[in-house]
Write a protein that binds this ligand. Structure first.
Ligand code: FAD
Ligand code: MLT
Ligand code: ZN
Length: 462
């Protein structure tokens, strides 16, 4: 491979070719592709991002934008000799605007750092996910991240007023600022959000903030399975006179994985058998006994078998840890194939019924189900049996996936509720987006990046 361009670029901006950096920055959280970038660049400000992109356009070099590398669809993977452009040094973090409740931040600031920055003012950016310690604002917006509070606040795209984006030819676009109301033509800012780094590189964002929920009430309830969990959700929505912040589901084997990997006791105490599933519910506000009355009702109706109510903030954190640690714990127990699907909440029972009867037996490993039940979003994880060869496992999962996607297509569901398409889910795209829609996406991509140099091969092939 010709590498003269790397030396030339390295004289202009911070660049690394250290094997360890190539390994680290050439991949995200997925473990399917082998990272093989040519180099990693670390621009220090937006102008340097533009300079790099202009240089790469002139030399025909492919670029992979890289945030906190917690992505689950291989969107930030560089497996074909691309240049990785890390946003981690774009770390300007402004003051909170107390009038408009906004905050301007560099793309490389982590989600958690934003939360900590506004917490003392009783404010938050309500995009909250278990990877918050590492994922970055730029990555959250490039993936239109969901998380555990979508039920209450919606996806990341609802919490942005302004975006700065660098295009592949080196142009820097300022799309909106802190102004809340701004209807001037098509909204390019929203086009960029969720585009997985294939249309432009987010360098800065102005975020909308929400009040930090006070009087958080957290329940951790044992249920008889998915159907019971859904029935509980229906009760909470219709009869519960309270605002749900989160409604999360985890099957027994997910809970077992957390207990084993983290070395923690059963949330329900004792050494008895775990229930078939558990639901974590968070509710906000002063409730004057409303939540207790609701809990009594659902227990009387036997929708809940056992339950815990957090009594302190330490309890809240302890109970949330069972949910937040699922992904990391499953990853420690073995190699996982992941699907991230959604259907209308009202059709989830029908989906799960067919999944368990017809699709699950075709996967070459045990299924681990958890997710954001309140949003109709299930994470379907398949564990590779230790005796199975990884290639054979991926191939088997791919075949089974097609049946899963057919089922989703039939129910009008989505093949990617929150993680995006990246490299990993390209064969799924056509099950949730029609040919005319994909052709329109391609036309947009070609208009902004005619040579296909920005995050090539992600989402679709040109
Ligand atoms: P990366 O992984 O670095 O990149 C993701 C994509 O965005 C890639 O295509 C990359 O090229 C592009 N990109 C990154 N930065 C930029 C930028 N500045 N400009 C343009 N493109 C860019 N996701 C959810 O939605 N909900 C969850 O609840 C959730 N929970 C998770 C829990 C765990 C434990 C883990 C490991 C992951 C979880 N994720 C979840 C997935 C992941 O954290 C999110 O997709 C997150 O938003 C990715 O941010 P990142 O900075 O790590 O991006
Ligand atoms: C979650 O909800 O924890 C995530 O989206 C991560 C996953 O699916 O593993
Ligand atoms: Zn999720």
């Amino acid at each position: 491979m010709k590498t003269q361009w790397i030396d030339e670029l390295g004289q202009r901006v911070p660049l690394s070719r250290q094997p360890q950096d190539l390994q680290t920055y050439g991949r995200d959280w997925t473990r399917v592709y082998v990272p093989r970038p040519s180099a990693v660049v670390f621009p220090r400000h937006a102008e340097e991002v533009c300079e790099i992109l202009q240089f790469c356009s002139q030399h025909g070099i492919a670029v992979v934008p890289s945030g906190g590398r917690t992505g689950l669809s291989a969107g930030a993977v560089a497996a074909e000799g691309e240049l990785v452009l890390s946003l981690e040094r774009l770390r300007d973090l402004g003051e909170v605007d107390p009038f408009g409740l906004t905050l301007t931040t560099g793309a490389g600031v982590t989600n958690h750092e934003v939360h900590v920055h506004c917490e003392h003012l009783g404010l938050t950016w309500p995009v909250d996910l278990a990877s918050k310690g590492s994922c970055q604002v730029g990555g959250n917006l490039a993936t239109n991240a969901g998380g555990i509070r979508v039920l209450r606040y919606g996806h990341a795209r609802h919490w942005v007023t302004g975006l700065q984006v660098a295009l592949m030819d080196g142009t820097l676009l300022n799309l909106g600022n802190a102004v809340q109301k701004d209807n001037v033509g098509p909204d390019l800012r929203q086009l960029m959000i969720g585009s997985e780094g294939i249309l432009g590189i987010i360098t800065r964002a102005t975020l909308r903030l929400a009040l930090l929920p006070t009087d958080r009430q957290v329940l951790f309830l044992a249920v008889d399975g998915m159907e019971a969990g859904l029935e509980l959700l229906r009760h909470a929505r219709i009869q519960g006179r309270f605002q749900l912040q989160a409604f999360e589901y985890m099957g027994r084997n997910c809970l077992e994985a957390v207990i084993k990997a983290q070395g923690v006791p059963s949330p329900f105490g004792g050494s008895g058998e775990l229930p078939p599933a558990a639901v974590l519910i968070e509710v906000e506000g002063r409730l004057d006994g409303e939540l207790d009355r609701w809990l009594e009702q659902v227990m009387a109706q036997k929708l809940v078998q056992d339950g815990l109510v957090a009594k302190s903030s330490a309890d809240i954190n302890r109970l949330w840890a069972y949910r937040d640690n699922i992904t990391e714990s499953l990853g420690r127990l073995g190699l996982m194939h992941k699907n991230d699907i959604s259907v209308e909440v009202g059709r989830l029972a029908e989906f799960v019924h067919t999944l368990e009867k017809e699709v699950a037996p075709t996967f070459p490993g045990e299924l681990y189900l958890f997710g954001h039940l309140g949003d109709g979003n299930l994470h379907i994880n398949v564990m590779k049996p230790s005796a199975t060869d990884p290639e054979e496992f991926w191939d088997g999962c791919h075949v089974a996936d097609m049946q899963l996607y057919e089922l989703l297509h039939k129910l009008g569901g989505s093949v990617s509720a929150e993680h995006g398409i990246g490299l990993l889910k390209k064969s799924a795209l056509g099950f949730s987006r029609g040919p005319a829609e994909v052709a329109t996406m391609r036309a947009v991509k070609k208009a902004l990046d005619p040579e296909g140099l920005l995050n090539p091969g992600k989402v679709f092939d040109l």
